[in-house]
Design a protein around this ligand. Structure first.
Ligand code: FAD
Length: 491
């Protein structure tokens, strides 16, 4: 099947009758449910864009010859990497980078694991074949995916098997001739309510020991599989107009707790079955983390451009752009943008073919970017908040501007240097939705945590960093000094 259209995506969700719950109720149809319908439209827009810009968003499938989504591409050259990145950024631009889980994120993961699948064969060749077939299936059917990596937050000082209720987390319950039975809870599935299938994979940063083998799983099931439940958090799309809530009304992806109640997974959808050693190595040895990071950094360049554009318009609108500290704050965001672009350029232009023949970006560059961005995103949001000041609270709604008596008052009261009140409040409402709304706060939380705990990621980064050359450089420098050692110093 060629790449999906928006209509096919909507139809798929409608027919699937996924197991989605929100606010204590089962969602019959996410395409019309108030908590999901707007983000479903945004997702549908992404799928339609594939057909509106086929030269950028599609390529010819190596198996079927159909035109399939560019974000499933297995890059074979630097040109391919650039093409994939342009498609990622084309999608990201539609939301200012606010949809962290547009389908490209997991399309890159499925591609990497499908191609670099030797690791899964350590247990059984079938698992490697499954990963390859799943990549082809997902690409040919343009499957939209959510995923879940972590165990419930009960007692982080203990391993999973030591928890007081060890079976609360998703675990292997039974192996059968036709598949496995799994049971328990996993966190946290962004877009859980609006996708076709769910990938269950190990954590990217929390290694498990052998006693945690029963929890060490990788598989994929359809979201309407019997026994599965997506329990969504409350929605931050409050049904307001796009003018009032320019981001929350369109890009609220939702996050869900996922409960597997004795769910059956057929063998052909299992990649790792009860093997912590394979799970611990999955993201690195398949290069999935590299290809996913390529998507993340490409998307975050667009997100930073969007933030910068908002900050610059805001400065300009109220005449603060000439003040020294204001310029300095703008510069901070500009430097972030340019640094992210440089990381991306280096990642693509230092790319190398891996042992499977996939052109793989330079992970040093992407790893630095993915470890750094969670630390600077909150600062950029803070800058927007500081510069917006009271203007982020003086934001009447569209209804106030439409009101016969109030409209002219707020239009005059909230005028800016070169803008009418109506135009200025529209801009400030955007800044508010990026910073102070529930949606904006969640964006900050998302950027901080979505790839894993940044503290643990930073520790792994430190441990893996090749420190010796720098230590040796300075030791050599010190050794060159001419002064002789005092007699009391050891030889
Ligand atoms: C908005 C949002 C969307 C997300 N979407 C997804 C998704 O789609 N799919 C998915 O799988 N996951 C998703 N996640 C989850 C994400 O992967 C986790 O938040 C992340 O891995 C951190 O794990 P945790 O939340 O369990 O935090 P914890 O590991 O419980 O950490 C909590 C705090 O305790 C500290 N801490 C915990 N253990 C230690 C330790 N051993 N040593 C030192 N400090 C420690 C941490 O530094 C942190 O400050 C999402 C998270 C957010 C916030």
């Amino acid at each position: 099947m060629p790449a999906k259209t928006g209509a096919q995506y909507r139809q798929g969700l409608r027919e699937a009758k996924n197991n989605v719950y929100i606010h204590g109720e089962r969602v019959d149809d996410p395409t019309t449910h108030p908590s999901f319908q707007n983000v479903v439209e945004s997702m549908a827009g992404l799928y339609d864009l594939q057909h509106e810009k086929p030269e950028k968003m599609l390529y010819t499938s190596p198996t079927s010859g159909d035109k399939v989504g560019m974000t499933f591409l297995r890059p074979a050259s630097i040109d391919d990497l650039v093409k994939r990145r342009e498609a990622i950024q084309e999608w990201a631009k539609t939301s200012g980078g606010m949809m962290g889980r547009s389908p490209d994120y997991l399309n890159a993961e499925v591609m990497a694991m499908g191609v670099a699948n030797d690791l899964f064969a350590e247990d059984d060749q079938m698992f490697a074949d499954n990963a390859r077939h799943y990549y082809e299936y997902a690409r040919e059917n343009d499957v939209s995916l959510t995923h879940t990596l972590i165990h419930p937050q009960v007692n982080r000082q203990k391993a999973q098997h030591e928890q007081k209720d060890a079976n609360v987390a998703l675990h292997l319950k039974e192996k059968r001739s036709d598949g496995i039975i799994v049971d328990g809870v996993r966190l946290l599935a962004t877009q859980g309510g609006i996708t076709d299938e769910i990938l269950v994979f190990p954590s990217t940063v929390k290694p498990a020991g052998e006693l945690d083998d029963p929890y060490s799983l990788a598989f994929v099931v359809k979201n309407n599989t019997p026994g599965l439940k997506f329990i969504s958090r409350e929605s931050f799309d409050y049904g307001k107009s796009e003018w009032d809530h320019p981001l929350s009304s369109r890009f609220e992806e939702g996050d869900a707790i996922v409960y597997f109640d004795n769910v059956f997974v057929p063998w052909d959808r299992v990649f790792v079955c009860g093997n912590s050693s394979i799970c611990n190595r999955t993201f690195l040895e398949t290069n999935a983390v590299v290809h996913m990071s390529h998507q993340v950094v490409a998307k975050n360049v667009v997100k930073t451009e969007f933030l910068l554009g908002t900050v610059l318009n805001l400065m300009d609108s109220i005449g603060i752009d000439g003040f020294q500290h204001v310029k300095d704050k703008g510069t901070e965001i500009m430097l972030t943008l340019e640094t992210m672009k440089s990381h991306l350029f280096r990642a693509e232009h230092n790319a190398k073919l891996d042992k499977w023949g996939t052109m793989t970006p330079d992970f040093d560059a992407l790893n630095a970017a993915r470890n750094w961005y969670p630390r600077v995103y909150p600062r950029m949001v803070e800058i927007l908040r500081i510069l917006g000041a009271s203007g982020l609270m003086g934001i009447p709604t569209e209804a106030d501007f439409q009101h016969e008596e109030l409209g002219p008052i707020v239009n005059r009261a909230l005028q800016a240097k070169n803008l009418e009140g109506y135009e200025r409040v529209q801009l400030f409402r955007l800044a508010w939705d990026l910073t102070l709304s529930s949606f904006g706060s969640r964006q900050m939380h998302y950027e901080y945590y979505f790839f894993g705990d940044p503290i643990k990621m930073g520790m792994s980064y430190f441990d893996a960093f090749d420190k010796e050359p720098y230590k040796a450089y300075v030791q050599d420098f010190l050794n060159q000094t001419t002064s002789s050692k005092p007699s009391y110093a050891k030889a």
